[in-house]
Design a protein around this ligand. Structure first.
Ligand code: FES
Ligand code: FES
Length: 216
């Protein structure tokens, strides 16, 4: 699976939706396993047992290209570190259990839920949050497309959708509709903006948009 906690691989069809169907204990177990796998793939993040904690530890997070030095409790999640210590509140806390995708960030090219990993485990990795998608004041095409297609209502889910969409388009520049649905299947929008979100991603990838039979 392409994900620590829940990233998606459009090619093999594994989605965060399927992950989420095993919520609760099994979801937590899956996430822990994935985090361990992520650490395994990044030997620089391995720690000697017993060296750190149980008190606060010093870490450096590379967030949107900037090093951020933090002192965190070992139990501090990446989401808490981003929102409460760094002040990047674009990453949303909604379910806090890996079920909604509101806290999506990109970690070393993988899409992860920041609520499902420890901040200490992200030390040394390159992180991109929704605040880091725009460059030099210019929005990414998919961000512009969200605006054009009115792909939000309350907007609370939107940062997660944007990060997941940007990640998808980097991995798969011209995704099929099925690939888009799979890639975004772990992002929940209670306002039901899915069709407009899909259209935004389709347009941003240079493909024809869907015609909504209800609106047309
Ligand atoms: S807040 Fe992290 S997945 Fe919902
Ligand atoms: S726009 Fe309201 S939850 Fe998605």
């Amino acid at each position: 699976m392409p994900s620590p906690s829940d990233s998606i691989d459009p090619a093999n069809g594994v989605s965060r939706r399927s992950f989420m169907q095993t919520l609760g204990a099994s979801a937590a177990a899956a996430s822990i396993t994935s985090s361990a796998q992520a650490l395994e793939q990044r030997p620089s993040l391995k720690r000697e047992p017993g060296v750190e904690g149980p008190g606060p530890i010093d870490i450096v997070l590379d967030v949107n290209g900037q090093p951020r030095r933090l002192r965190v409790e070992p139990s501090t999640t990446l989401l808490e570190a981003l929102r409460l210590q760094i002040g990047l509140t674009g990453t949303k806390e909604i379910c806090d259990r890996g079920s909604c995708g509101g806290c999506c960030v990109i970690l070393d090219g993988k899409l992860v839920n920041a609520c499902m990993m420890f901040a200490a485990d992200a030390a040394g990795a390159k992180l991109t949050t929704v605040e880091g998608l725009a460059s030099g004041g210019a929005l990414q095409p998919v961000q512009e497309a969200f605006i054009r297609h009115d792909a939000l209502q309350c907007g609370y889910c939107t940062p997660g959708f944007l990060v997941a969409s940007a990640w998808l388009l980097k991995e798969t520049p011209k995704p099929s509709l099925d690939q888009i649905k799979k890639a975004l299947s772990g992002n929940i929008c209670r306002c039901g903006t899915y069709t407009n979100v899909f259209n935004a991603v389709l347009e941003a990838s240079g493909q024809p948009v869907l015609i909504d039979p209800i609106l047309s």
